[in-house]
Design a protein around this ligand. Sequence first.
Ligand code: C5P
Length: 406
Amino acid sequence: MNDLAGKHIVLGLSGGIACYKAAELCRALIKEGASVQVVMTEAAGQFITPVTMQALSNRPVYASQWDAREPNNMAHINLSREADAILIAPCSADFIAKLLHGRADDLLSLLCLARPIAQVPLLIAPAMNREMWAHPATQRNLAHLQADGATLLGVGNGFQACGETGDGRMLEPQELLEDVIAFFQPKRLAGQQVLVTAGPTYEAIDPVRGITNRSSGKMGFAIARAAREAGAQVTLVAGPVGLPTPRGVTRVDVKSAQNMLEAVMQHAVSASVFIATAAVADWRPATTAEHKIKKDGTGQCPSMGFIENPDILATVAQSPRATAGALFCVGFAAESHDLLAHATAKRVRKGVPLLVGNIGPATFGHDDNALLLVDERGARELPCAPKLVLARQLIADIAGRIRVSA
Ligand code: C5P
């Protein structure tokens, strides 16, 4: 996707066993289009060699404030001025304390202090033992660092190199990559609470069988990610899909349409935007058998009655908060043909200001899609692109509509 094309990242390594993850992170940043300048502390050099980091970043590594390779002998000025962001990963407890006090006795801390604070953001990926992480000194230092303008990327939880289990692990390279990409996205939905439904629903026939559909959930998950990247607090109500939860998104897993309705109604009370991408089953079996329905050997098939499922989107769109303009509702339509006509009619039927049409067979399970945005004035096409690209375009569009109606 090249989400970091044109971005120059100074990747700072301080001393910690998580330095082994920094190698993978460096690759991931470069694969996403960034150029990476690695700067290591002396302690980082105990855990990983500059050779590895130079080979991965395709640039000589800097480690000393006395590095004479720079014509002006001011690596701390030059490196910090050319960066779009400085990312310290891993950031040790000691290095956090150092940053907090503005100490500058090695190149990495020196360039952090020397960075033009308004133009060059400082992102911190801490890594340490769980006791060090939980220590009041570390927590106090981190709070102060954030107040000084640094962005804290959080830590993971789990088994630690020391053999203990808890908070303090460095986030995985892919998680950090997602956070760095999100950091650079415009915060168009800051302060908004976005509720998204995604995936299929599963309507049980008996304990082992059910009715579902081919929705992969990819479009809805991409929209949840794009909304979070845009600064919103996001709740994702997901039908049964095997997709990973986007970073920073609160996920509520549901099965049936009725489960989905309950979860949505619970969260809609605090949402300001509702985007319904789920392929909700239109009908469910009238009864769910308590035990597996067995063949009886006669060749007779069981008969099955159906009940129509509640229309979640229409229900939310008719709620007082939505009709009062406090909750902006967006529907989706997966059609097989005549997209404009069907999407236009569906927008009116559902009572939503914006309906997004797509061709069902062309989107289910695919990584690319094309969208048709239909509102009361007409339609706008978002041509075929990766779902995350379309999701960001849709979020930008929705943000513009909220601004206008605010
Ligand atoms: O009626 P249809 O299923 O084509 O409508 C699609 C739109 O309505 C989607 O936004 C979908 O998430 C939503 N929907 C819903 N509850 C249903 C059926 C559809 O929220 N029972």
